[in-house]
Write a protein that binds this ligand. Structure first.
Ligand SMILES: [Zn+2]
Ligand SMILES: [Zn+2]
Length: 180
């Protein structure tokens, strides 16, 4: 299995290659990145957010069903995301279908009124992108606050994570990444 990243044009420019390279290092898998060819739907005017479940449903239809794509796909978008019952999500995965999405909106310092830094955004996109891709491989959340599979509720919790899997999750990933 390899990883295909669809990069939306509303994400700050110039980060595709560094994010793809570091995710490849973190997961020890091959990663390709290309411009997002899919229209992202599910926009909610009242919330000014996009429904992440709806987007992944469309992706599932288009990719897995129509095109028979077998890569694990991660969409990186600048659109703020929500799912029903939650104010927002950093990202979402559909395990077993191999489609996932992560939003840069709340990963940027400027969302919180602080100056943006590329390094910060790259770091966070790598952590959240790898997290969702690991869900696709079958990994669950982990209690270790430094592990990629820890479920962060806030930006601080996300920043506390390291760009690695803990030994237990690493072992699971090694089992899952070779099963089809
Ligand atoms: Zn998760
Ligand atoms: Zn872990």
């Amino acid at each position: 299995m390899s990883i295909l990243i669809f990069w939306d044009n509303d994400v700050p420019e110039g980060l595709q290659q560094p994010v793809a390279r570091v995710i490849s290092d973190v997961l020890d898998m091959s990663v390709q990145v290309q411009e997002n060819p899919i229209m992202l739907r599910g926009y909610d005017r009242l919330r000014n957010q996009n429904d992440a479940s709806k987007i992944l449903g469309d992706m599932q239809d288009f990719y897995t069903r129509k095109m028979g794509c077998r890569d694990s796909i991660l969409i990186v978008t600048g659109k703020d995301l929500y799912i029903r019952g939650r104010d927002f999500v950093f990202g979402l995965a559909r395990p077993g279908v191999n489609v996932s999405i992560v939003s840069s909106a709340r990963l940027q310092n400027s969302w919180y009124g602080r100056p943006d830094r590329d390094e910060d955004l790259i770091d966070r996109l790598v952590k959240e992108g790898s997290h969702e891709l690991c869900h696709c491989m079958g990994l669950d959340h982990c209690n270790n606050p430094e592990c990629i599979m820890f479920y962060p509720q806030t930006l601080d919790e996300l920043d506390r994570k390291r760009k690695t899997l803990c030994p237990k999750c690493r072992e699971n990933q090694n089992i899952y990444k070779f099963t089809d």
